[in-house]
Structures are given as C-alpha cells and as structure tokens.
Design a protein around this ligand. Sequence first.
Ligand code: 13P
Ligand code: SF4
Length: 345
Amino acid sequence: MIIRGVTSDRFNNDKYKQMNTLEEVEKQGFVTAELEKEKNLVEEIARLKKEKNAVILAHYYQQEEIQDIADYIGDSLGLAQEAAKTDADVILFAGVHFMGETAKILNPTKKVIIPDLNAGCSLADSAPTDKFEAFLKQYPNHTVISYINCSAEIKALSDIICTSSNAVKIVDSLPKDAKIIFAPDINLGKYVQKKTGREMILWDGACEVHIEISADKLKLLQGKYPNAKLIAHPECQEVVLNDANFVGSTTALLKFVEEDDATEFIVATEVGIIHKMKQAVPHKKLIPAPAVTNNTCACSECPYMKLNTLEKIYASLVHLQPEIFVPEETRLKALKSVNRMLELS
Ligand code: 13P
Ligand code: SF4
C-alpha cells in the first residue's frame, strides 16, 4: 500500500530521506511514508508508537478511526493536562495546530508532532497578533482572558487562558471590580457574561463550525423529536444556546448524555463527539445538529480537524514530522497564562 505518494528510490538513503521529508513539510504541510503491502496500518502505528516512545492525544472531533487508536481522547482542557504530564518522548497531537502548540508550551523537552500543519482553526485565526496587540493598547489595566483556541503569541499576550470547561470559573475567580478583556470567541464570551453577570470587553472572533449550526433546522428537528434534549457547545450562537437544555464543553456534553435520564439528545457541536457518545450510551438516540449549508452528513464537521488521517499519523510517526516549535520567549510568557488556568482548574 502506498500512502499519499511514493518516496522515490533516489531518496533511499537517510540524508536524502530527511531532505525529502522537510521539503514535503514545507510544500504541503505533512509528510508521506510507504507502507509495505502486507503490513497493517493500525498495527504499524502501534509498533511505531512503542519504538519511538510516543503517545497519541486526540480531540473528540477527530475521525472515529483516529479516536480508536488514541492513548487519550479529551476536550481541550483534558488534552492540555495530559500533554503536561506525559513522560513519553514524543507527543503526537491529533487535533489542530494550537493544541500542538499548547502541548509544546507545557512540555518543551518533548518532541511534539501533528499529522498536518494545515489543521488550523478559524477561531485562532480570527485573532492575528498585530491586531490583537493594537486592540489591547486601547484597554490598559484590563485582565486579558483568552480562550485556549488561539496562537502561542496570543497566549503570550494574555494573563490567563481558559477553555470551555472552566471559562465561567476563571472569570469568577477575578475580583468583582476587575476589568476584563475576553478573547477570541465572542459567543463563549457572551455566554460567560450571562453566567457570571460581568461586563467584559469582547474580541469579535468565532468558530466557523459552531456558528454555522442552524437555529432554523434545529427548530425543525425539535418538532420531529419533541422529547429530545438540546445540548450545545458554548461556541454556538446565542440563539442556539438560549434554547439549549444544557451547555458545556465536549467532555461535559458527553458526561451529560451519560448521566441525564433523557433517552434522546440533539447534539449541537462538531459531529465527532457522537462516536464516544454512542459507545457510552448505545441505547440512547443521538441526533447531530445540522449546519446552515446543506451537506451530505446533515451535521457539523470541522474541516481542520478532519484533515488528520491514519495515513498521516503513520507517516508522522515514521519521520517524526511535522514538528511544532514555539520560540522560547513566547513560550515562557504563554506558559504563565496557561499555568494560571491549570492552577485554577
Ligand atoms: P472543547 O473540546 O474544549 O470543548 O473545545 C471544542 C473545540 O472547538 C476545540 O477546537
Ligand atoms: Fe477551531 Fe471550530 Fe474547528 Fe474547534 S471546531 S478547531 S474552534 S474551527
């Protein structure tokens, strides 16, 4: 079996292979590797993991087959905690770029690799460093709380990081009269404002996947399944959150379907989470929330998370590329804000 293009014979010596690999990373953002015909992809990934002392951390939005081979699956907070404490030599992060960066910030002596550098995040991209720096200058004496879905540079400019599982707690931990900037997700920011009763300065960023969840189509689904509880991720728009029976991070949504008495749920977040939910509550009906744009899955999929494949994971483990680097000065500043979150979690 050949994985996304053959490494030609002329590169069959280590020096050329290394050059070829770096060229691939530069040109396409991921590496390729051959798999002999008789070998099994999943078994080879397991073998390489052992050989290189690597751990695979995967987000709930990853494809099912990736979740199935991961050593740990979780939400952004759980994944950061896991990355901080692993003693593996290599962290393969099956998620998106900012997650790999967070792992490197927390555990810099490890080699952190991600299967595809193109796996970015619209929310992280909504806060470019120069614009964010200029924005902060308008609001001196404010505490800057940034959602973990941002670049290492934005983390370095922030005072505390939060995730969707601890945002309310972190805002509440500040003195009542604290002036707060909340970035980059405006929907999570509005939700936290409501929950805490605090006014915050909000950066106008959003997740392109969660804001695409259609309130109109949800209404139709609720009509079709009148007993179903609507559960939603706080990156969704206010109109969806206002209607939800429960709002929480991916881990909190999973826990809710496990513990709640209802047997039908409409799940307003990226569809990948349904895989773990189905395993946890096979007897319950789980209906993915549809996107505004009509698509074949009638669900909401993150195009960045879905760039990762088992083939790319295999190739990443063969070459230990593409690797994540964070400049040390940025890392040390970012570490302070990430650690403040971990201490409060
Ligand atoms: P959580 O898994 O922390 O809920 O975050 C969801 C998300 O959009 C990650 O990119
Ligand atoms: Fe970013 Fe949204 Fe994709 Fe999460 S689901 S990685 S926030 S674009």
